[in-house]
Write a protein that binds this ligand. Sequence first.
Ligand code: ADP
Ligand code: MG
Length: 314
Amino acid sequence: MADKKRIVIALGGNALGSNLAEQMEAVKITASAIVDLIEEGCEVVVAHGNGPQVGMVNNAMMALKHEDPSQPTIPLSVSVAMSQAYIGYDLQNALREELLNRGILDIPVATMITQVRVDKEDPAFLNPSKPIGKFLTKEQADELSEKNGYIMKEDAGRGYRRVVASPKPQEIVEIGTIRSMVDAGDLVIACGGGGIPVYRDGNKLKGIGSVIDKDFASSLLARELDADFLIILTAVEKVAINYGKPNEKWLDDISVDEAKQYMEEGHFAPGSMLPKVQAAVEFAESKPGRQALITLLEKAKDGILGNTGTRITK
Ligand code: ADP
Ligand code: MG
């Protein structure tokens, strides 16, 4: 028991799909990848993103207000809370089923609604950068911007998306409860969508309109839980330098210093791979022995066995 490796897994968009039907299918594959790691003898904690989902929930709340103007405007922080619950529901159900199917009967699964404290003065509030919701055409984007006051940006040649502020996580408010559950052997889903962004106002925690990047929240969660591994599961098997260019090179093992140099040289796209590498570096350099791994969802087990993925160590 004592030598069980503790792993925080950060699930990306491909682990959840982009609508309810896709999500219900995707979580089956995700649950299978996670239970593979449990069968390997790892203690797993799950965190996840919510870009498409929080966009959908927030749009639905706006549509309600357009339909009935007497309805209050639902803040983005509340939409993050709703997305945590809705994703957690599907994930915990799929995980429970996969555990039972494999004859693992003694691991309870639960989702922790998690608040994450941010700095109200974080410069990110002045520069909305995190894309959420669906990809749209220029015309659709202009219409939404006009109707709801959203800020829309072109996202790497793939279309237009709404962008929101994405402050850095400072503190996981429910960390004590999460730790107790993990120490007790429960399979916990926490910090969904990066956590519900809040700031402190005396004894009160107030929601603040933003979406925290799940890569940074997962890295903080992994440090707070004294995890051995942070595994960021995404849509690519490895991280590349010169990504998409003729001299593209896929990375296997890199040091924190090499990762920092590649970041400086601009090899990783700001809205997608850069936060992963930054989060991986933050974790790997926080204490000797901590390793971060970035790989494909379906390759999680191969990755933990050292057969694939990009591994970042101090
Ligand atoms: P997630 O939902 O998992 O956070 P993102 O789309 O935010 O996924 O980030 C993963 C994507 O980053 C990959 O699918 C790939 O298209 C892109 N990417 C950008 N730069 C790189 C790079 N240098 N190496 C590998 N992938 C990269
Ligand atoms: Mg991302």
